[in-house]
Design a protein around this ligand. Structure first.
Ligand SMILES: Cc1cc2nc3c(=O)[nH]c(=O)nc-3n(C[C@H](O)[C@H](O)[C@H](O)COP(=O)(O)OP(=O)(O)OC[C@H]3O[C@@H](n4cnc5c(N)ncnc54)[C@H](O)[C@@H]3O)c2cc1C
Length: 327
């Protein structure tokens, strides 16, 4: 029987949180189609400590590929490895998180396997055994249904589109040796650019600033709000803010930046241009603070506050602190 293969993203030895969400999506798909789910982990060694992790989310098998050629991330060598495992495991479906790496890597794998890929999906439904993926298109203006008619079916799943659900099972671990090509390109080093430690795509709450912030010296206001909101909160920004060097590019949200879908997105001094909205419209709740009542951000906001952010953000921070302190 064909399997649903989930490619696990490992960054500097750590599992990224998006994996748990993709395991959950895969287990739901497996229940609907009757296919087992297999997690795939690639690396230079020491993967044993991670192998049981998919079991927490209901994935009963992990395939480990340990090879010195996979010690450092190489898009071409990793793609070759995934393609070989997909063939070896007779994968009917291959899934991965729609992170920067996931979108790049699975596109390469799809080319090697000569099959189709649905990128950045936010859901799926099964009809007559066929998987129909839902994906936002045209900067989030429409939701398209996509069916991959070649095999294996391949898709990347947008971070936060699925909530990770625990369903513990024991995990069978299989080790696979592959004949891999020499890597053409490897990542030598990772450097964290942002002051925030939590990546904007992984945060539950994003406090985001636009040009209305008037300069980098005012970001302390947003940092204080994010800190008051707690551990799951981080900072985001609009593109001109990162283009002007007020904030690092890692925080840039939108069509040409990162796509986020947190539980709460607080847009401060952001006008709501279509290119920005494309990156945050799937957020569960959107709060907009803007002094212009006609700002387009209010069209996508669940809650809007018309006023000067320099008054409102500190007041909001104090209110959150009081609420958290139980006053
Ligand atoms: C091809 C292309 C791709 C792009 N990709 C992206 C992208 O990925 N992400 C992105 O963000 N943009 C992107 N853009 C740019 C986009 O079109 C907008 O120019 C940009 O999003 C505007 O950023 P902003 O909202 O911070 O600034 P502005 O549009 O200048 O808006 C500032 C807002 O702050 C409000 N404001 C000012 N002072 C205050 C105050 N004291 N209190 C409260 N409110 C205040 C104003 O009323 C205004 O609405 C792209 C553009 C193009 C052409």
């Amino acid at each position: 029987m064909s399997t649903i293969l989930v490619v696990t993203e490992i960054l500097e030895g750590d599992l990224r949180s998006v994996n748990d969400q993709v395991y959950t999506a895969a287990v739901q798909m497996g229940r609907a189609t009757g296919q087992p789910v297999t997690a795939l982990m690639l690396g230079g060694g020491d993967l044993d400590a991670l192998a049981q992790a998919p079991g927490v989310y209901g994935v009963a098998k992990t395939v480990l590929v340990e090879d010195p050629k996979l010690a450092r991330y190489s898009p071409d060598c990793y793609a070759a490895a995934i393609a070989q495992v997909a063939r070896h495991q007779e994968a009917g479906v291959v899934l991965m998180g729609a992170t920067m790496t996931g979108k790049d890597l699975l596109a390469r794998v799809a080319q090697l396997l000569d099959t189709g890929l649905a990128q950045d999906c936010i859901g799926f439904r099964i009809d007559g055994g066929a998987i129909h993926f839902t994906r936002p298109m045209f900067a989030g203006k429409v939701l398209a249904e996509v069916q991959v008619t070649s095999r294996p079916v391949m898709a990347t799943i947008r971070p936060k589109a699925y909530k990770a659900e625990e369903a513990p099972v024991s995990v069978e671990v299989e080790r696979v040796q592959l004949d891999l090509p020499e890597p053409l390109a490897v990542v030598e080093d990772y450097q964290r650019g942002g002051a925030s430690t939590l990546d904007v795509t992984e945060a539950d709450i994003v406090v985001s600033g636009g040009r209305g912030m008037q300069g980098p010296e005012h970001w302390g206001l947003l940092e204080a709000l994010a800190e008051a909101l707690g551990e799951g909160a981080t900072l985001g920004c609009s593109r001109p803010v990162s283009d002007d060097g007020w904030r690092p590019h890692e925080e840039h949200v939108g069509q040409t930046g990162k796509t986020v879908a947190p539980d709460l997105y607080i847009a401060c001094g952001i006008s709501g241009a279509i290119q920005h909205v494309a990156g945050m419209a799937s957020s569960k709740y959107i709060v907009a603070i803007n002094k212009d009542p006609e700002a387009p951000i209010f069209n996508v906001a669940d809650y809007g506050i018309v006023g000067d952010l320099f008054d409102i953000v500190p007041a909001l921070t104090e209110a959150v602190k009081k609420l958290k302190a139980g006053d």
